[in-house]
Design a protein around this ligand. Structure first.
Ligand SMILES: [Cu+2]
Length: 349
């Protein structure tokens, strides 16, 4: 199973299963801005739902380097009948790390807009598409997407979308400014790193994908038989309250290596993570893919502890420092499933 399918398998098979099995409250992954967001807002008594969806769903610095151009779909639907709203004018702002990358107006007569992201080394973004002379909007749909070429989707991390709807149903009838629904969503591009680590004289390839920020100091600690890595992170409660947040780290461990195990345990800044935050995907016969998934409430809990420990420290850490190691006792979600047993498990439920 290739990584995209493995990933989709996690999203659509393991994750819904976990929601049924675990009594704790997990936020569904679909709302956390990984590859799609379904957002709702209302205007003039109508509930309108905006889908922002990236294809393919798994985009990483590695796939971008090999020339991939993600297609972002925008689709506005009437929540009462699920029909696509036509003649939608979208004012789309995309920012990353607080820096605006794009702000432009787009229009789709059939309602379904596509923007092809074409990362390039140019220093500004050029939009290619037909421009409506009156709306001054680039017009396109999913079959004839508009393209954006330049410094966009060129690096990993979270891309923040702020979408304002200016027209619906008719081309020339603008919604009053105070009735224009505004949607905010996040899509993430994973940072990929490949490391060969030496254990007892043998080299094992470890791949890591970070869907939040770039991983640094990726090392193997032989005395504890654990992987260590860190990621830039601002532990600031006020900041955390105001951002949409989902930290997802994906580590592939060859199952021939001494790191491979029945279960896994992990710490962040020396705080032990609950085993249910570490998901194991065994659908690949040669490696375990371990997902550390932290929803906003979990990150806020961690932040509380990290801040308490650093209360007198002027040099407050600006990192999330991870360890990941094999565990004989940890029972992680997904760990007992493999490609053969999953269907049975599901049928029995
Ligand atoms: Cu139109």
């Amino acid at each position: 199973m290739n990584s995209t399918r493995g990933y989709l398998y996690i999203l659509f098979t393991i994750f819904p299963l976990l929601l049924l099995m675990t009594p704790i409250t997990l936020i569904p992954i679909f709302g956390d801005g990984l590859f799609q967001e379904q957002l709702t807002a209302s205007t003039a008594g109508r509930d309108l739902s905006l889908l922002i969806k990236m294809s393919p769903p798994v985009v990483t610095t590695e796939t971008l380097k090999s020339g991939e151009k993600p297609l972002i779909q925008f689709r506005l639907t009437d929540a009462t009948n699920n029909e696509t709203v036509k003649h939608v004018t979208y004012l789309i702002e995309i920012e990353k790390g607080g820096k605006r990358l794009l702000l432009d107006t787009f229009h789709s007569h059939i309602g379904n807009l596509g923007i092809h992201m074409n990362p390039s080394s140019s220093d500004h973004i050029t939009i290619n598409g037909q421009q409506d002379p009156i709306l001054l909007a680039y017009t396109g749909d999913m079959e004839h997407p508009v393209s954006a070429t330049g410094p966009i989707f060129a690096e990993g991390g979270l891309y923040h979308f702020i979408v304002t709807i200016e027209t619906i149903d008719f081309d020339r009838t603008f919604l009053p400014t105070d009735q224009q629904p505004v949607y905010e969503g996040w899509l993430s591009v994973g940072y990929t790193i490949d490391k060969d680590i030496q254990i007892n004289g043998t080299s094992y390839p470890i791949k890591a994908i970070s869907y939040y920020d770039e991983l640094k100091n990726f090392t193997y600690d032989s005395s504890n038989n654990e992987l260590k890595f860190s990621m830039p992170f601002e532990w600031d409660m006020d900041r955390l309250k105001n951002v949409n947040l989902f930290v997802h780290e994906e580590i592939s461990i060859p199952n021939s290596s001494p790191l491979a195990s029945k279960g896994y345990e992990s710490t962040i800044n020396n705080i032990e993570l609950a085993p249910n935050l570490i998901m194991v995907d065994r659908t690949n016969s040669s490696k375990d893919i371990i997902h550390i998934m932290l929803t906003k409430p979990t990150v806020e809990d961690l932040a509380q502890k990290v801040l308490e420990e650093n209360v007198d420290n002027q040099n407050m850490t600006k990192e999330m420092i991870f360890t990941l190691s094999p565990s004989q006792s940890a029972i992680n979600p997904g760990a007992n499933m493999n490609s053969n047993s999953t269907n049975m498990t599901m049928n029995n439920m």
